[in-house]
Design a protein around this ligand. Structure first.
Ligand code: CA
Length: 238
């Protein structure tokens, strides 16, 4: 079955170009022209990926992203006209998975779309390999001292308290847990988790590690769980 992509773009000519090119690649495409329609469409079709413009009527892309993030784990690729660090950080903060700055080439867009879909496909395969049902019981729990990762519910408990983790933080923590004791370079983490190649901004990894440390370390400034390997990357000690 063709993967479903929801395109959210208010500019008619760009929306049309996106639909045309994505359909040509064999995806099944649905489009929305404003933020409210986007949320409605996402709930209705449960897409495999969302291409989301930031500047939209009704609700902007950040708001749409924030709302959908609470409901689904679908990868979100944001389109922005403004190329600056603040937008990027805001986008990551509301839970976007990747970014493209306008103007971009269709070729670049297709590469990002494929990378995101490959990443979710890979995570699904890894889940299947671990024989973890995606929904219903029995629940699989990974225990690391006072940290419990409930793989079925995608929920993390620290000292039996539920931690509010964003999807990327959860994915990152699970990735660390699956590679406990191994040195993981920023590039490797980026490639496996975000589907970016090494030219991607590896500071993205640092940002997420910082947030994760604030949530799971006793002293975020002196981490003992996620340790920095000088000149290398990170190592998860458990
Ligand atoms: Ca727009």
């Amino acid at each position: 079955m063709a993967e479903k992509i929801l395109v959210v773009e208010d500019e008619p000519s760009l929306q049309e170009t996106l639909i045309y090119n994505l359909e040509k690649q064999g995806y099944s495409v649905e489009a929305a022209g404003d933020g409210r329609a986007a949320i409605e469409a996402a709930r209705r079709i449960a897409p495999d990926l969302i291409v989301l413009d930031v500047m939209l009527p009704e609700l902007d892309g950040f708001e749409v992203c924030k709302i959908l993030r609470k409901e689904m784990t679908v990868p979100i690729l944001m389109l922005t006209a403004r190329d600056n660090e603040i937008d990027r950080v805001v986008g990551l903060e509301v839970g976007a998975d990747d970014y493209l700055t306008k103007p971009f080439s269709m070729r670049e867009l297709m590469a990002r779309v494929k990378a995101q879909l490959r990443r979710t496909g890979m995570l699904r395969e890894e889940m299947a390999k671990l024989k973890i049902p995606e929904t219903d019981s029995p629940q699989e729990v990974l225990t690391l001292h006072n940290l419990k990762i409930n793989l079925t519910r995608r929920e993390v408990l620290l000292d039996d308290q539920v931690l509010a983790l964003k999807p990327q933080e959860y994915d990152l923590l699970l990735f660390f847990a699956q590679h406990k004791g191994q040195m993981l370079s920023r590039e490797f983490i980026l490639e496996r988790l975000w589907g970016w190649d090494y030219t991607g901004d590896s500071r993205t990894v640092d940002v997420h590690v910082r947030w994760l440390r604030q949530k799971i370390e006793k002293e975020a400034g002196e981490p003992t769980r996620i340790v920095t390997v000088r000149g290398g990357g990170y190592r998860f000690e458990g």
